[in-house]
Design a protein around this ligand. Structure first.
Ligand code: BG6
Length: 795
C-alpha cells in the first residue's frame, strides 16, 4: 500500500515534515468571522491551544482557514496580525511554543468567504489539498463567529458547496449565541437551520459549558456519588445559588442589549445550563451525551412556571444615557431593559421539591464573579466553643459545595467542598488538590475549611469547547430541544417583565444593598424599598405604610388602587380579616376563587405572608374551571394547588375542585358535573352564599367563565353551568352571575397595562350583561370592592 503523506498539520523537530501516517485522519477547521472581536480575543487562541494539544496526541492532522467577507489582501492582513499576537500556555516552554506558533501560522490560510463562489473555492482548495497530500478526511469544522442573522445564509452555502465528499467524513458547524430572543424567534431560527444542517451537525456554543468547574460538574457528581446520593436532595439542600456578577456595563453593546437584556443575554443560557447540570439525575455514564440530554430534558419538564413575582429586575442608571447616545434615541427615551435580575426557581420533583434555585446576574455590579453554590441545611447545634472547633468535625459551620468559575476574591477557577461534608474524590486528570491555600475567606469560611481543587492547567472555555467539538461531545453544547425547552421556560416571564420598570441602581460599590433581594415562599422582592417610589414627605398622610394606596370609587363601588404589590397586599389583608371574622362567627369560611394570572400574585402573597390565615377552616371553591384534567397546566385548580394549597395543611375535605373530568371525559352535559357541584354548594354553603368571591376581568369584559353573548348568561337560574369561551380551552364550567351576586363579599382584581382599555371603557359603560358580563356583578346584599393596580387604571 502506498504510504500516505501529510504536509499539513503535523510537525516534528521544528520542521514541516512529510511523513507516513497510517490511520491518522485530517480535519479542516474554518473560522468564519476570522477578524471579529470574539475571534481576536478567544477563538484563534482556542484553535492554537487545540492545535498544541493535537500535536501532543498526534491523532489528527489539522489545518485552518480564516474567512471574512473582505478581499484576500485586506482580510489576510488583519487575520495574520491576530495570529502573530497569539500567546503561549504557561507550562509550554517558550522555545517549543514559538516553534508551534510558527507552525500554526503556516498551517493557517485566509479565504474570502462571501459569495457561493467563495465557498466553492474553499471547497476546491480543501479537496485539492486532500488529494495532493493523500489525506484521509475525518471532517470539516465550520466555526461561525458572525451575527445570528448571517447563520442561515452561510449554512446554506456550506451545505451547497462544502460538504465532505465521503459519507464517512463529518461536517460540524459551531454557532455562537444568541439563538433567538424568545421562543418564537428561536424556533424560527432553528427551523431555518434545520433546512441545511442535521441536528448532529450543529454545535451551539454556550461558553459557560466550557468553563472548567462547570464543565466538570457532572464528573464531580459522578465521582462522588457515594457521598452525594444521600444528600443531593430537598432534605439536605437548603438552596442553590447560580450567580454571574459583572463590573462592566453594556457600553458599546447597547444595540444588542436593548434587544436582549440580562435575562436573554446570560440567564436563559449560561445560568440555566448550569442549573440543569446541578439539578439533573447523575447520568450512569457521563460520556453518554444522549443520556445527559435526556436527563437535562427531565429537568426542563420539572421546572415550575415562573410568574412576574418570581423575579426582581434592575437597570444600571447610566445605561439609558448610553442607549440614547449609542443608538441615537431622542433625549426623553426611556428603556425598560433590565441589566440586573434576581430570580427564584423551583422544580417539581421528589429530589428538589421546595428547594429554591436562586439565579442572579447583572452588569455594573460591585465585583466580577461567577459560581454555582450548593448550600446544605444545618440542623446541628454545637456546644463547643468556636475557637476549639476543627473544620472537619464541626457540623456547625456552613456546609457547601461551590463550583467557582473565577474572578472575585478567589480569582481562580476552583471546586470547593466544605471539610465538614466529605473528602471528595476527583478522577479527572484535569483537577488537583490545592495543598497550600491562600489566607482568604470565601462564602463565610476560611479557605482552609474547604477541600480545594484547582485545574491542573487553566484553559480558556473556548479551547475546552473546540476540543469537545472534535470529540463530538454533544453534551457540552446546546441542542435544538434543550434550546427550545429553555426558551419555553423563560419566554412567559420575559413577556410579563416587559411591562415592568426595573429598579435603577447607581453601579459598582455604590449599589450598596439596593439590589439585595429576598425569596419568601415563591415570591422574590427587593429587601429595601425602591427609593424612586417611596412617597415624598409631603404626601405621607395619604399613604398607608411607605406606599400610597388610593381609596376611591369605581362604577360607584369602593376602589383600592396602587402599584401591583400594594394592591395585592391590601387584598390579601382584606381577605384575611374577612376570613378571621367569618370563622369567629360561623366556624368556617367559604372562599370561591377564579383562575387566570392576576390571582396567582395573590396566592403567592398569601402563601408567603399569611401563615396566620385560618387555613384549616377555609373551604376552597372554584369560580370557574377549564375543561381539562385537573393536573393539566391550564387547569385553574392546578394553579391554585401549586401556588397556594401546597403551602398549607388544608384538610382534604375542604377542597372543592369543579368536577370537569368525569367518566373519563371532560364536561359532558349528560355527566351532570355542573349539577353535582351545585348540589355540593347547596349542601355545604349556607344559603349557597359564599363568604368571599374573588373575580378577575378579561380584556373583553368577561368574568368567571361568563363571556359576552354566551348561553350561560341565559341560564342564570342555575348555580353552576357549562359555558363556552372564545379562547382555548373553549369549554368551561362556571358559577352563574346569580350565584356570584349572592356572595357576602366580592372582590374584582385587575392588574397589568393590557387591562387598561377595558378598565377605562367600563368606567363609562352602563350595565350590560350580554356584552360586558362583569358589569352585572352586583351583589344583592353583599359588598363589592374593585382592586385595580395603577397599570390597569392609568395605562
Ligand atoms: C457573554 C455575554 O455570553 O458572557 C456578555 O453576552 C458577558 O454580556 C459574557 O459579559 C461574560 O463572559 P465571561 O466569560 O467573561 O464570564
Amino acid at each position: 500500500m502506498k504510504p500516505k503523506q501529510v504536509l499539513c498539520g503535523l510537525f516534528l523537530g521544528g520542521l514541516l515534515q512529510a511523513f507516513t501516517v497510517e490511520g491518522r485522519t485530517h480535519i479542516t477547521v474554518i473560522l468564519v468571522g476570522a477578524t471579529g472581536d470574539l475571534a481576536r480575543k478567544y477563538l484563534w487562541q482556542g484553535l492554537f491551544q487545540t492545535y498544541m494539544e493535537q500535536v501532543d496526541s498526534g491523532r489528527h492532522s489539522l489545518c485552518f482557514y480564516g474567512g471574512t467577507r473582505l478581499h484576500a489582501t485586506e482580510g489576510s492582513l488583519a487575520m495574520f496580525e491576530i495570529l502573530r499576537g497569539l500567546s503561549c500556555l504557561p507550562r509550554v516552554p517558550s522555545v517549543k511554543c514559538s516553534m508551534l506558533k510558527d507552525q500554526f501560522i503556516k498551517l493557517s490560510r485566509y479565504q474570502q468567504l462571501d459569495t457561493v463562489e467563495d465557498f466553492s473555492n474553499l471547497n476546491r482548495k480543501i479537496e485539492e489539498q486532500l488529494a495532493q497530500e493523500g489525506l484521509e478526511e475525518e471532517g470539516r469544522l465550520f466555526y461561525l463567529s458572525v451575527p445570528p442573522f448571517a447563520y442561515v445564509n452561510i449554512t446554506a452555502k456550506v451545505d451547497a458547496t462544502c460538504r465532505p465528499k465521503k459519507s464517512s467524513s463529518w461536517l460540524r458547524v459551531v454557532l455562537e449565541k444568541p439563538f433567538g430572543h424568545d421562543l418564537e424567534s428561536a424556533q424560527q431560527l432553528a427551523e431555518e437551520l434545520q433546512k441545511y444542517l442535521h441536528e448532529e451537525e450543529m454545535y451551539r456554543i454556550d461558553h459557560y459549558l466550557g468553563k472548567q468547574p462547570i464543565a466538570d460538574i457532572l464528573s464531580f457528581r459522578h465521582d462522588n456519588q457515594h457521598f452525594l446520593d444521600p444528600i443531593w436532595n430537598q432534605h439536605h439542600i437548603e438552596r442553590v445559588e447560580i450567580v454571574m456578577k459583572e463590573t462592566l456595563d453594556a457600553k458599546g453593546r447597547t444595540g444588542f442589549y436593548e434587544r436582549y437584556g440580562v435575562i436573554c443575554d446570560v440567564v436563559q443560557n449560561h445560568l440555566t445550563e448550569i442549573l440543569t447540570f446541578v439539578a439533573m439525575e447523575t447520568p450512569a455514564n457521563i460520556s453518554d451525551s444522549d443520556e445527559i440530554h435526556r436527563n437535562k430534558m427531565k429537568v426542563y419538564s420539572s421546572l415550575q412556571k415562573l410568574s412576574r413575582r418570581s423575579a426582581v429586575i434592575g437597570q444600571y442608571q447610566a445605561y439609558n444615557g448610553e442607549v440614547v447616545q449609542e443608538l441615537k434615541k431622542p433625549a426623553d427615551y426611556r428603556s425598560n431593559v433590565a441589566t440586573f435580575a434576581g430570580i427564584g426557581i423551583f422544580l417539581d420533583s421528589p429530589r428538589w421539591d421546595g428547594v429554591p434555585f436562586i439565579l442572579s446576574a447583572g452588569k455594573a455590579l460591585d465585583e466580577r464573579v461567577g459560581y454555582a453554590r450548593i448550600l446544605f441545611k444545618n440542623t446541628a447545634f454545637c456546644l463547643q466553643s468556636e475557637s476549639t472547633r476543627r473544620a472537619e468535625f464541626s457540623q456547625c459551620q456552613p456546609k457547601q459545595i461551590i463550583f467557582y468559575v473565577g474572578h472575585g476574591d478567589l480569582n481562580f477557577p476552583a471546586i470547593l467542598v466544605s471539610r465538614n461534608l466529605f473528602k471528595p474524590v476527583m478522577s479527572s486528570a484535569n483537577w488537583k488538590p490545592m495543598l497550600d491555600v491562600p489566607d482568604l475567606h470565601v462564602f463565610g469560611l476560611p479557605l482552609s475549611d474547604y477541600h480545594v481543587f484547582t485545574p491542573v492547567m487553566q484553559k480558556e472555555a473556548y479551547a475546552v469547547l473546540i476540543l469537545q467539538v472534535l470529540r463530538a461531545r454533544r453534551d457540552s453544547f446546546v441542542n435544538t430541544e434543550d434550546l427550545l425547552a429553555s426558551w419555553m421556560f423563560w419566554t412567559p416571564l420575559l413577556k410579563e417583565l416587559s411591562w415592568e420598570s426595573p429598579r435603577l441602581y447607581p453601579g459598582g460599590l455604590q449599589n450598596g444593598h439596593l439590589l439585595d433581594f429576598i425569596l419568601a415562599g415563591q415570591v422574590v422582592y427587593f429587601s429595601t424599598p425602591d427609593p424612586a417610589t417611596v412617597i415624598s414627605p409631603g404626601l405621607e398622610q395619604q399613604s398607608t405604610g411607605t406606599y400610597k394606596v388610593l381609596e376611591s370609587s369605581y362604577r360607584e363601588k369602593k376602589l383600592v388602587s396602587a402599584g401591583t404589590e400594594e394592591v395585592i397586599a391590601e387584598l390579601a389583608s382584606h381577605l384575611q380579616r374577612t376570613a378571621e371574622a367569618t370563622v369567629r362567627r360561623s366556624g368556617r369560611f367559604h372562599l370561591a376563587l377564579s383562575g387566570g394570572s392576576s390571582p396567582l400574585h395573590l396566592f403567592q402573597r398569601l402563601a408567603t405572608f399569611h401563615h396566620a390565615f385560618p387555613w384549616k377552616q377555609t373551604h376552597f371553591w372554584a369560580v370557574d374551571e377549564r375543561c381539562v384534567p385537573l393536573h393539566d397546566a391550564n387547569s385553574n385548580f392546578r394553579s391554585l394547588h401549586d401556588h397556594l394549597l401546597v403551602h398549607f395543611k388544608i384538610p382534604y375535605l375542604n377542597i372543592h375542585p369543579m368536577p370537569v373530568h368525569m367518566n373519563r371525559r371532560l364536561c359532558v352535559e349528560e355527566d351532570h358535573g355542573a349539577d353535582l357541584y351545585a348540589n355540593e354548594i347547596r349542601t355545604l354553603v349556607n344559603d349557597s352564599s359564599f363568604d368571599f368571591v374573588l373575580l378577575g376581568v378579561g380584556t373583553d369584559g368577561h368574568t368567571a367563565s361568563l363571556f359576552s353573548h354566551s348561553q350561560a348568561l341565559a341560564q342564570d337560574s342555575k348555580l353552576v353551568m357549562l359555558s363556552e369561551s372564545p379562547v382555548k380551552p373553549h369549554q368551561r364550567m362556571t358559577l352563574s352571575l346569580s350565584t356570584i351576586n349572592r356572595a357576602k363579599k366580592v372582590a374584582i382584581l385587575i392588574t397589568g397595562k393590557n387591562k387598561h382599555p377595558i378598565v377605562s371603557k367600563m368606567s363609562k359603560m352602563e350595565t350590560n350583561p350580554e356584552k360586558w358580563p362583569v358589569t352585572s356583578v352586583q351583589p344583592s346584599s353583599g359588598e363589592l370592592v374593585w382592586y385595580i393596580d395603577s397599570d390597569a387604571l392609568f395605562g
